[in-house]
Design a protein around this ligand. Structure first.
Ligand code: SF4
Length: 746
């Protein structure tokens, strides 16, 4: 340990785990991180940290880093061989030559970029510019597709822009919290502490939790709705049906601020309490109670068309239970329908509020780092938007940005498996574990001519497929910005320099790797701009260009600067001339649509893509544990974080276990149409009959799973389906039909 006579330095930064976006104070001594504290001045957490955040300094310990970090660029001559170190200039030249060759031979759409909601906004921006501006392909997507694209699609469809209208402070004002498909207690722990505090201060606040699993979050609920998996749209339409029948909708708000209600009213006529109760597995009485609380009709008030100003405010918090679904956009939109129908939006304590899973999924959306978007919430399909970005990027006259959407996450790996995509550049994410239907993903990684993996951790399973490994810096070493769930932009700051390899080389910042490689590509590909598209020497220069791209857009941050962010995080929009950000949107009842009105969406209920059957009688959901993060690159290095749940396991209802003759801890084979996995089974009263849960964190290096073809698979995603929402292209990770059989050991 460093000497205690050396000065302690404190660096203000942001937690790299979940979308709550807590501020952290990093204590370092002599270029070594020795402690992490919650930042008492950060509005997201006011000094609090969860188990993951408060152990961050241990994950940055040099002894841990020596075991898990990539320190030098490495190249393989052929797949399966041991990678050999090379210098950065050799690695970048080799990558540029190979990429240029593939682009010249097959066109720019033969390249796919798969990036990450863990990247900083500046990293995201240059990746997006490289793909769309320099190469001319929209084949760039992100692991955020797996966590929030349904929320994005639904916000745009209903409210006109991808902008969560509420903020964390609304929890302190809400009279009803409607938590749907979110185990906030585990996935967003510091936010849950805030909910607990609000409930303790105001016991009259009503909390409804709608979730097939009776999670820790449900333990706080005044009303728990254990709906059958995948039936959320049915539930939301059923609640609207009751609100209409009882006269609880806000007719004035609907008339003045929305369109499309007539069609929706007609649709929900058949979603009677009896029909909804049967499909969702809920009691009509509970539906009635939930509808009344949500509508915000105070006890004793006449139950007819109460104006929104007299209603008790309702805030919805929702996450992957709605998003990770083949009808994810519909689920989000139909919940937003309820807010619009009751005028529960644009007031303190009221509004639909999607929680982002990752620390910078929001920043990636802001810079348009997805296959269907352009910078600053512009649309690829809009010629004017493409022209604006071509002008900002100073592309040569007549050089248009590609108009057709690129391949989204699942489509990208399917295209690589089919041989359409020849080169994959993967940054800061581990698709060989986290993507659904691993057999296809691994065929894609095997078949691609070139796989570049830009990564901080050598433990990522995807590294095994890399022709070229580019070592990246990580939390504690990087500079830039992230945006959390409530549109709040925070600075990420370097507390220590990155580790060095024995020969003095070391990881580079993600933005730097992209810029260094992009400049080489500019020399090898036909020119699309007058000068370099990548004139940046630091992340601030990139961020300033991103800021300019937002001018006049719904997320305008032209009034913001790194200097302002030095003093405090800020919520967008923050246009020029303003001195503060914007906590809450749509307070004036105007929406960023062509006519200024929000739009109701009348989508009928559809069951999950892969329903339970006689052969596969259980509905399996996957999800987070409280103390682990994603594929455990970071959290898996700390023994203390295994104290909560020490091993991969399957949870199921005790009666299902008893009927199958299973004892607690007994090994079972969980099998879907795509593969199987052997795990210990444990009884859990969180689960209802014919449902089971498997954590998402363990990969093939931890548990043995094999596909029918005998390929080693990566944990639970060897089983999951790649079926996705047709609008959002978000895969259905929350519903896989499986069978569970005992494994009898010899
Ligand atoms: Fe980090 Fe999320 Fe925990 Fe906050 S709640 S400390 S952002 S993991």
């Amino acid at each position: 340990p460093p000497s205690n006579t050396l000065p302690l330095r404190t660096t203000r930064s942001t937690c790299p785990y979940c979308g709550v976006g807590c501020g952290v104070l990093i204590d370092s001594v002599s270029e070594r991180i020795v402690g992490v504290r919650g930042d008492p001045d950060h509005p997201a957490n006011r000094g609090r940290l969860c188990t993951k955040g408060s152990t961050l300094h241990h994950t940055a310990d040099p002894a841990v880093a020596a075991q898990v970090r990539l320190l030098q660029p490495m190249r393989r001559d052929r797949r399966g061989s041991a990678p050999q170190p090379l210098r950065w200039d050799q690695a970048l030249d080799w990558a540029a030559n190979r990429l240029a060759e593939i682009v010249c031979r097959h066109g720019p759409d033969a390249v796919g970029f798969y990036i990450s909601g863990q990247l900083l906004t500046e990293d995201y921006y240059v990746f997006n510019k490289l793909a769309k501006g320099l190469l001319g392909t929209n084949n760039i997507d992100t692991n955020s597709r797996l966590c929030m694209s349904s929320a994005v699609a639904a916000y745009k469809l209903t409210l006109g822009a991808d902008a969560p209208p509420a903020c964390y402070a609304d929890i302190d004002h809400a009279h009803c919290l409607f938590i749907a498909g979110s185990n906030t207690a585990w996935a967003h722990p510091v936010l849950f502490r805030r909910i607990e505090t609000a409930k303790a201060r105001r016991p009259e606040m009503r909390i409804i939790v709608a979730d097939p699993r009776r999670t820790d979050t449900a333990s706080l609920a005044d009303l728990y709705l254990p709906l059958q998996p995948g039936t959320d749209v049915m539930l939301f339409h059923g609640l609207l049906h009751i609100m209409l029948t009882e006269g609880w909708v806000d007719s004035t708000y609907i008339e003045q601020h929305t369109t499309g209600f007539t069609e929706l009213r007609q649709l929900v006529q058949s979603y009677t309490p009896a029909a909804v109760a049967q499909v969702c597995g809920l009691s009509p009485d509970n539906l009635y109670t939930a509808a009344r609380w949500f509508a915000g009709v105070p006890d004793g008030k006449p139950a007819t068309s109460l104006p929104s100003a007299q209603r008790l405010p309702t805030l919805s918090l929702y996450c992957q239970g709605l998003n990770q679904s083949s009808s994810g956009t519909d689920k989000n939109a139909c919940l937003i329908n309820l807010h619009l129908a009751c005028g529960q939006i644009g007031r303190p304590g009221a509004g639909p509020f999607s929680l982002t899973g990752q620390p910078n999924a929001m920043g990636g959306r802001e810079v348009g780092g997805l296959a269907n978007l352009l910078s600053a919430h512009r649309d690829l399909s809009n010629p004017a938007h493409r022209a604006e970005m071509a002008a900002l990027w100073q592309l040569l006259p007549g050089t248009d940005l590609p108009a057709l959407p690129g391949k989204t996450a699942v489509e990208m790996f399917e295209a690589a498996a089919d041989g359409q995509i020849k080169a994959l550049w993967i940054a800061c994410t581990n698709p060989a574990q986290s993507m659904p239907d691993q057999a296809t993903v691994r065929r894609a990684l095997q078949r691609a001519e070139l796989v570049i993996v830009q990564e901080a951790f050598a433990t990522s399973a995807t590294c095994d497929w890399a022709d070229l490994l580019l070592p990246a810096t990580t939390w504690g070493e990087k500079e830039g910005t992230v945006t959390n769930s409530e549109r709040c932009i925070s600075r990420v700051r370097a507390a220590v320099p990155p580790p060095r390899a024995a020969d003095g080389t070391g990881p580079r910042h993600d933005w730097r790797i992209v810029v260094d490689l992009a400049r080489r590509l500019e020399q090898r590909l036909p020119r699309r701009s007058h000068g370099t598209l990548f004139p940046y020497d630091n992340p601030q220069a990139i961020w300033n260009e991103h800021r300019e791209s937002t001018r006049g857009r719904d997320l305008d941050i032209t009034g913001l600067s790194y200097t302002i962010l030095e003093t405090a995080p800020q919520q967008w929009p923050f246009p020029e001339g303003r001195s503060t950000g914007t906590p809450r949107l749509y307070e004036d009842g105007r929406f960023p649509t062509a006519d200024g009105r929000a739009r109701f969406v009348a989508s009928p209920y559809r069951p999950p893509a892969e329903d339970r059957s006689a052969r596969y009688p259980y509905a399996m959901t996957t999800g987070r544990l409280r103390d682990q993060w994603h594929g455990m690159s970071r959290t898996g290095t700390l023994g203390t974080l295994f104290g909560h749940i020490p091993e991969p396991q399957l949870w199921m209802h005790p009666q299902d276990m008893a009927e199958s003759g299973l004892k607690p801890g007994q090994l079972v084979r969980v099998q879907s149409a795509r593969g199987s996995l052997v795990l210990p089974a444990h009884p859990s009263h969180e689960l209802h009959r014919r449902q089971c849960f498997v954590p998402m964190h363990w990969g093939s290096e931890h548990i043995g799973g094999r596909s029918d073809e005998g390929t080693a698979l990566a944990g639970v995603n060897g089983l999951t389906t790649s079926a996705f929402c047709p609008q959002a292209k978000q895969p259905e990770l929350k519903h896989t039909a499986v069978r569970i059989d005992p494994v009898y050991l010899p």
